[in-house]
Design a protein around this ligand. Sequence first.
Ligand SMILES: Nc1ncnc2c1ncn2[C@@H]1O[C@H](COP(=O)(O)OP(=O)(O)OP(=O)(O)O)[C@@H](O)[C@H]1O
Ligand SMILES: [Mg+2]
Length: 223
Amino acid sequence: MATLLRLERVSKIYPPYIQALDRVDLEVEKGEFIFISGPSGAGKTTLLNLIFGLERPSSGRIYYAGREYGRLSRTELIRLRRKMGFVFQDFKLLPNKTVFENIYLGLEILGVSPSEAYQRVYPWLRRLGLAGKEKARVETLSGGEKQRVAIARAVVREPELILADEPTGNLDPQRTREILEILEELNAEGITVLVATHDESLYRGRHRRVLTLKGGRLVEEDV
Ligand SMILES: Nc1ncnc2c1ncn2[C@@H]1O[C@H](COP(=O)(O)OP(=O)(O)OP(=O)(O)O)[C@@H](O)[C@H]1O
Ligand SMILES: [Mg+2]
């Protein structure tokens, strides 16, 4: 199997001196499904932000398919980011836009025409229980609905890598199971998935690789 993602001694220090990540080593094979666990403040979001290239490490190196982020131009980094789908913990939906417009956004940059986008977005709206909500402005949605729009926006492009930050944090147990099943189905189709969560019940019994952040260090759990 090919290595998709590699982190070498990656540290992130926020001023004045908050060590969010401390010499993290991580190797992710193409097609893996990994949970990143750890309590609130453990550095999960920081780790995903670094992988997405939204922030730069204070030291250490990150490689995607063998290419080191520090050597990429801004344009190359943006192009690389298009291979990934990020489900943000705080959703980052565009206000004053509809559910459809928010989900379509990621397809538009890929050059997908509006009519083709329609074909791709609608099955996801149904699958995520958002059918009938496509014309609703996102600020009128409940927290759980917003979360599902954020998930739809990330998965509709069928990216190579999905980074999901606490993707079920606002959902009831039934929806939580459904979202996990969707992520597992996408993974079965070959998409690599990283899910960050503080919720142990999410990965209990799933027989997946679990990595835990403790004091900024990443530790592999025996499951
Ligand atoms: N932009 C920032 N500036 C300063 N400190 C930050 C910044 N972002 C994160 N931190 C700090 O880094 C540490 C890790 O934060 P992070 O958001 O990665 O944790 P987390 O594991 O995602 O937590 P949660 O489960 O609450 O989402 C925390 O101590 C946090 O306060
Ligand atoms: Mg977080």
